[in-house]
Design a protein around this ligand. Structure first.
Ligand code: ACO
Length: 338
């Protein structure tokens, strides 16, 4: 389906970064977590994840990924910086202005968006809006999360899943028919289930509650089984909707990029949408769930490894706390190798 706007957001660069410290399932068990390598691999598909060392925060990951994306785009100049994160360096102010300043992008508009694991798709839509409205010709979208700073290391239901990382893309104004053009965007939310994924303390609600928070209330918590159910249903629906809006049948699609939350969720989506497994991109075994960074990190690593190449029709979908979810499409552009 053609859209009326002639000014489309086009992806022209991508970069990713994971911190060097890698934690295996055996390392978690050695650290005292009551779990097993068999359980983690069978229930999540994860073998290792990367975590930040003391002193390293989300903006540090973001800057590393952003440099790589700017280099890939062959530019040092953008008109706006959007950062999607669930783990900002501080509750106030936003982390994006700091990231922009450290990149030498002085005085460009810069702000954070909070859509948890749907951050990349919400960020793409935001960047596309800035471009369509002529507020910016080029936007740097960074997605970065240091979930290890938010996870209760004693909570085995989340400690095994999450890892830290960042991914970034550069988008410029272009035409809807160009390779890299971001396709029709499907975005949804359902706040009636906001309690499924939450950090109960640290916000206004807890501050006005009149009760002292418990130490564990500052940690991330997730009702895994119920979240899983929503993730499969919502991403299946959104993926089908985005493909339909793009005018693609499922057999047209070369690569399926799904938020890396759980390998069983990927398999379930592939089965429901009748995607052959070899068309599904996956890096969850090595990086776990990296939150907002997940999709950009997946695309960058898949392009690096040659699994994603110029001309591939890609369907992207994500799901996260909020609840938030969405999907979109793009034809992968010809980008320089890292
Ligand atoms: N090791 C061993 N046993 C465990 C572990 C562990 N690490 N974690 C949980 N268990 C146990 C539970 O205690 C439970 O035991 P019980 O039956 O004796 O009570 C049993 O395993 C089953 O627990 P479930 O929670 O039902 O396990 P499930 O198969 O659902 O897997 C998981 C849990 C991996 C969290 C899964 O539910 C999941 O991936 N959920 C969806 C995550 C998702 O979609 N996230 C996207 C958004 S993330 C975001 O926005 C930040």
């Amino acid at each position: 389906m053609r859209r009326p706007s002639h000014r489309n957001a086009v992806l022209i660069g991508i970069g990713a970064y994971v911190p060097p410290t890698r934690i295996s399932n055996a390392d978690l068990i050695a650290g005292g977590l009551d779990t097993s390598d068999e359980w983690i691999r069978a229930r999540t598909g994860i073998a290792t994840r990367h975590i930040v060392q003391p002193g390293v925060a989300t903006s540090d990951l973001a800057v590393e990924a952003a440099w790589r994306a700017l280099e890939s785009a062959g530019t040092g100049e953008v008109d706006a910086v959007v950062l999607a994160t669930t783990t900002p360096d501080r509750p106030c102010p936003a982390t994006a202005p700091d990231v922009a300043a450290r990149l030498g992008l002085h005085e460009v508009p810069a702000f954070d968006i909070a859509a948890v694991c749907s951050g990349f798709l919400y960020g793409l839509a935001t960047a596309a809006g800035l471009i369509a409205s002529h507020a910016a010709d080029r936007v740097l979208l960074v997605t970065a999360d240091a979930f290890s700073t938010l996870i209760n290391p004693a909570d085995r239901s989340t400690a095994v899943i999450f890892g830290d990382g960042a991914g970034a893309v550069v988008l410029r104004a272009g035409h809807v028919d160009e390779p890299g053009a971001i396709g029709p965007m499907v975005l949804h939310s359902d706040g009636a289930h906001s309690d499924l994924i939450e950090v109960p303390a640290g916000g206004a609600r807890q501050r006005v509650s009149g009760t002292e928070p418990r130490a564990e209330d500052f940690f991330f918590r997730m009702q895994g089984r119920e979240t899983y159910r929503h993730a499969v249903t919502r991403m299946t629906e959104a993926s089908a909707q985005a493909a339909r809006l793009a005018g693609w049948s499922m057999t047209d699609i070369d690569r399926f990029a799904v938020h890396q939350a759980n390998a069983r969720i990927l398999n379930s989506l592939a089965t429901r949408l009748e995607f052959p497994p070899d068309r599904c991109l996956s890096n969850i075994e090595h990086v776990g769930n990296t939150g907002a960074a997940s999709l950009a990190l997946l695309l960058a690593q898949s392009a690096d490894s040659g699994l994603l190449t110029a001309g591939h029709k890609v369907l992207l979908t994500a799901f996260g706390g909020g609840l938030t979810w969405g999907a979109t499409t793009l034809i992968w552009p010809d980008l320089p190798a890292h």
